[in-house]
Design a protein around this ligand. Structure first.
Ligand SMILES: N[C@@H](CCC(=O)N[C@@H](CS)C(=O)NCC(=O)O)C(=O)O
Length: 203
C-alpha cells in the first residue's frame, strides 16, 4: 500500500496524516514534489486523473483518491477509534458536518488561494475580484461555525471526528495564506486550541 502526499502546508494530505495518527496507523507517506509539478506528471495522473494528492494505492493496484474516501477506507479496515461515528445517527451527522465544512469553510479558502494569492498566480488564470470576495465568504463560514460550536466541544457534537480533521487542516492552511481566525470567534478559537492539543495535530 502506498500513500502519495505532500508536506505541510498542503491541507489535504495533512487530513489523511492526522486521521492515520488518530487511528495509530503507521503508514509513511510517499512525497510528491508539488513545486516540481510532479502531481501533474503522467505517472501520477495514471493514479489520479485529476492530478491531485492525496492518493492511496492498494496492494492490488486499486487507486483511491479524495481525502474523505481514503479516510473512509481506513475507517472500514480499522474501526477503532471511530472517527466517522458509530450509530446510524452519528454516522449521518459526521457525514453532514464533513460536507458542510468542505462547502462552507474549505471552498472559500480554496477559492481565495487559487484566485487571489500571489503564489498561485502563475498556475492559472486568476479572477481576482472573485478570489478576494472569498475572504468575506470564509469569514461568514467561520461566524456560522462559531455559532454551531456553542456548547459543543467538537464539530459533530461530543466526539472528535473526521469533521474536526477537515476543519483543522483548513483553518491552519487559511492562516498560512493570511486568513487567521478572528479573535472574537471565541468558540472557534477554543475548538482550535482543543484539537491542536491532540498529538495528531502535529502530523
Ligand atoms: N477533493 C480533493 C482535493 C485534493 C487537492 O486539491 N489536493 C491539492 C493538494 S492539498 C492538490 O493536489 N492541488 C493541485 C491541483 O488541484 O491541481 C481531496 O479531497 O482530496
Amino acid at each position: 500500500m502506498i500513500l502519495y502526499g505532500a508536506p505541510n502546508p498542503a491541507p489535504n494530505p495533512r487530513r489523511v496524516r492526522i486521521f492515520l495518527a488518530e487511528k495509530g496507523i503507521d503508514l509513511p507517506e510517499t512525497r510528491i514534489d508539488m513545486m516540481k509539478r510532479e502531481h501533474k506528471s503522467e505517472e501520477h495522473k495514471a493514479r489520479n486523473s485529476l492530478g491531485q494528492i492525496p492518493t492511496l494505492v492498494l496492494d492490488d493496484g486499486t487507486a483511491i483518491s479524495e481525502t474523505v474516501a481514503i479516510c473512509r477506507y481506513f475507517e472500514e479496515t480499522q474501526p477503532d477509534p471511530p472517527l466517522f461515528g458509530t450509530t446510524p445517527v452519528e454516522k449521518a451527522l459526521v457525514d453532514m458536518w464533513i460536507r458542510r465544512i468542505e462547502f462552507q469553510v474549505m471552498n472559500p479558502v480554496g477559492n481565495f488561494w487559487r484566485h487571489a494569492h500571489p503564489r498561485t498566480a502563475a498556475l492559472l488564470t486568476q479572477y481576482k475580484d472573485f478570489g478576494e470576495s472569498n475572504k468575506a465568504t470564509y469569514a461568514g463560514g467561520l461566524k456560522w461555525l462559531n455559532r454551531e460550536l456553542e456548547g459543543n466541544p467538537f464539530i459533530a457534537g461530543e466526539a472528535y471526528s473526521m469533521a474536526d480533521i477537515c476543519a483543522l487542516s483548513t483553518v491552519d492552511f487559511a492562516e498560512w495564506i493570511g486568513l487567521p481566525i478572528p479573535d472574537e470567534l471565541e468558540n472557534v478559537k477554543a475548538w482550535h486550541a482543543r484539537v491542536t492539543a491532540r498529538p495528531s495535530a502535529a502530523a
